[in-house]
Design a protein around this ligand. Structure first.
Ligand SMILES: Cc1cc2nc3c(=O)[nH]c(=O)nc-3n(C[C@H](O)[C@H](O)[C@H](O)COP(=O)(O)OP(=O)(O)OC[C@H]3O[C@@H](n4cnc5c(N)ncnc54)[C@H](O)[C@@H]3O)c2cc1C
Length: 446
């Protein structure tokens, strides 16, 4: 805690010594954003040293950590004390601050909500250069409520206090197969209502082939599967009716193959896996390869040679459970990306949710994650498929995450993402606009 206090003092002193009139941005080594942006000139602010876990109180069910702490470090620190963060996003390099500023989700979300629903307190470096302690009921509750989904445009999280839950050594996962979406989502609704599991997510491999993965902590296991090297987790859902994983391996089960997206860099071939080695089979490696490809334009060139027009469709959208089957049918019919990741989310009580990411209170929403490229022979206007998805999501009363490409008009965008709350908080904590505007950042990629 002393070291944290010193870091804060140094940060404030540095900001006072080198004031800037211009918009600032964050320096980071890794990112889970999927929006290409033109490289921006300085000034950038480096908070990467705010990366320590400060306190784990498993008995009280809380963890306090600096904003740039990665989840891989946070999980190790909490598991060592018999606990885990109440929601652990699936990718190891996601940071605690990033998951609160964006929208973090996982298989505990059907009981715990989104990452930001598990946050008890935030220290925020605001656009006007203050560091404020914010909670749901103190004088900065407006900033606390508007911080999730603001993507760093209201300030940067320097410290986060979040809830933890107790763990056991292993997770037993049942893979329940469903031949149609209506019955599958009816079972999701039942499991959410009874909270009769510790983890719940699923995958649609085809319109008639869906699996719900129902996980429960257990103290002992007859065996523990290893999906960190030669075996591939997502394939196991179709191959076996149930499975056991060590708790840590369960939490990172999707990271080794970036769900299934490692296929795009050839990493599912046994030989390539061996060449890469266990240590490099993870989302951080694949991100580096994808960013390198985006820089050198290899994919673009390959598509041009094949005469293909490719649109990147990398989206996570949340749909009220009553319309989930309808949305999935739309996705199969109009988009065609498979597999699709499915994860239910319990919405917080009315008035308690994030101001900029409203989910319908009192109901479960289903997160659909689909990440691929949609090809066409005929040229299409940029974002044609993404635009269609945005319209459908809105028509069904859903909302989409803003970590990748968005094509909303300003009117559409602000009708969805809490315009009034955002503007009021922006005026109060960043009156000179040192941090970018949310629409400009997420849609205009500025
Ligand atoms: C392919 C893909 C799959 C994903 N899958 C999942 C998933 O399964 N589960 C899940 O939970 N999430 C998922 N995400 C979303 C991810 O959690 C968010 O994009 C999150 O914001 C990333 O956090 P990061 O720490 O990597 O931050 P970055 O990607 O570096 O930054 C994200 C944004 O947050 C801002 N930011 C970063 N740190 C802070 C801070 N300390 N304070 C304020 N603002 C900050 C940045 O300025 C930036 O605008 C996925 C994203 C992608 C691209």
């Amino acid at each position: 805690m002393n070291a944290y206090a010193k870091k804060k003092d140094l940060l404030l002193a540095g900001l006072r010594a080198a004031p800037t009139e211009r918009t600032v941005g964050l320096t980071k080594q890794t990112s889970n954003l999927f929006r290409e942006r033109a490289p921006r000139a300085a000034p950038r602010i480096d908070l990467s040293h705010f990366n320590a876990v400060l306190r784990v109180d498993a008995a009280a069910g809380t963890v306090e950590a600096e904003g740039m702490t990665t989840y891989v470090d946070l999980v190790d620190a909490t598991l060592a004390r018999g606990a885990m963060p109440a929601v652990v996003p699936q990718l190891k390099s996601i940071t605690l601050g990033g998951a609160v500023a964006g929208v973090g989700i996982e298989a505990t979300s059907f009981r715990q909500g989104l990452v930001h629903d598990t946050v008890l307190a935030l220290d925020v470096l605001t656009g006007d250069g203050r560091i404020l302690a914010c909670t749901a009921d103190n004088e900065h509750r407006d900033l606390f409520r508007a911080f999730p989904n603001a993507y760093g445009t209201l300030g940067y999280a320097l410290k986060v206090t979040a809830r933890t839950i107790p763990v056991k050594r292993f997770v037993h996962v049942e893979h329940r197969r469903f031949g149609d979406a209506v019955r599958c989502f009816a079972e999701v609704a039942r499991l959410c209502a009874t909270a009769d599991a510790d983890f719940l997510d699923g995958v649609a491999f085809a319109p008639e082939e869906m699996y719900l993965c129902v996980g429960r902590f257990v103290d002992a296991a007859p065996h523990a599967s290893d999906y960190t090297y030669e075996k591939i987790y997502y394939r196991s859902l179709r191959e076996r009716a149930d499975d056991y994983l060590a708790a840590r391996d369960y939490l990172w089960r999707w990271d080794t193959d970036w769900f299934w997206c490692s296929k795009n860099v050839g990493a599912q071939h046994p030989l390539v896996r061996r060449l890469l080695g266990r240590k490099r089979l993870n989302s951080i490696t694949y991100q580096k390869i994808m960013r390198w490809n985006a820089r050198v334009g290899l994919g673009v060139l390959w598509n041009r040679l094949r005469g293909v027009h490719a649109e990147s469709v990398i989206q996570d959208v949340d749909i009220p459970i009553g319309r989930a089957a309808e949305f999935l049918a739309f996705l199969h019919r109009e988009v065609g990306i498979l597999p699709v990741w499915i994860c239910p989310i319990r919405a917080p009580a009315p008035g308690a949710g994030a101001a900029l990411y409203p989910l319908p209170a009192g109901t479960v929403s289903i997160n659909f994650g689909f990440w691929d490229v949609v090809n066409s022979r005929a040229p299409q206007a940029p974002g044609t498929c993404n635009r269609r998805i945005e319209r459908e999501v809105r028509a069904l009363g859903g909302i989409k995450s803003l970590y990748s490409d968005s094509y909303f008009t300003p009117e559409e965008f602000w009708a969805i993402y809490g315009r009034d709350a955002y503007l009021a908080v922006k005026r109060k904590y960043d009156p000179e606009g040192r941090l970018p505007d949310l629409y400009a950042k997420c849609v205009l990629r500025q």
